[in-house]
Design a protein around this ligand. Structure first.
Ligand SMILES: [Zn+2]
Length: 78
């Protein structure tokens, strides 16, 4: 949705799942890209992590911190 000139730090979309269950929908389900290395290092179960959409991977990665970089491809555009 956002263009290549999106340099707003707070502009990435933060998604929070209430209780993650994959449910069938019309749209292609987002891939789960997992936690960032930093978040994995704190050793939690992932419950409180926030999801961040990566348009390049077409999936959601999770972080406990205000990270903006996809742990899979390094994309910072959201
Ligand atoms: Zn990515």
């Amino acid at each position: 949705m956002s263009g290549p000139s999106d340099d707003d730090e707070g502009g990435d979309c933060v998604i929070r799942f209430p209780q993650s269950r994959t449910r069938p929908g019309p749209a292609e389900p987002a891939r789960n890209l997992g936690l960032t290395p930093l978040s994995r290092a704190v050793g939690s179960s992932g419950r409180a992590a926030k999801g961040h959409w990566c348009s390049r991977c077409r999936g959601i990665w999770y972080s406990y911190f205000l990270e903006a970089e996809c742990p899979v491809c390094g994309n910072r555009q959201g």
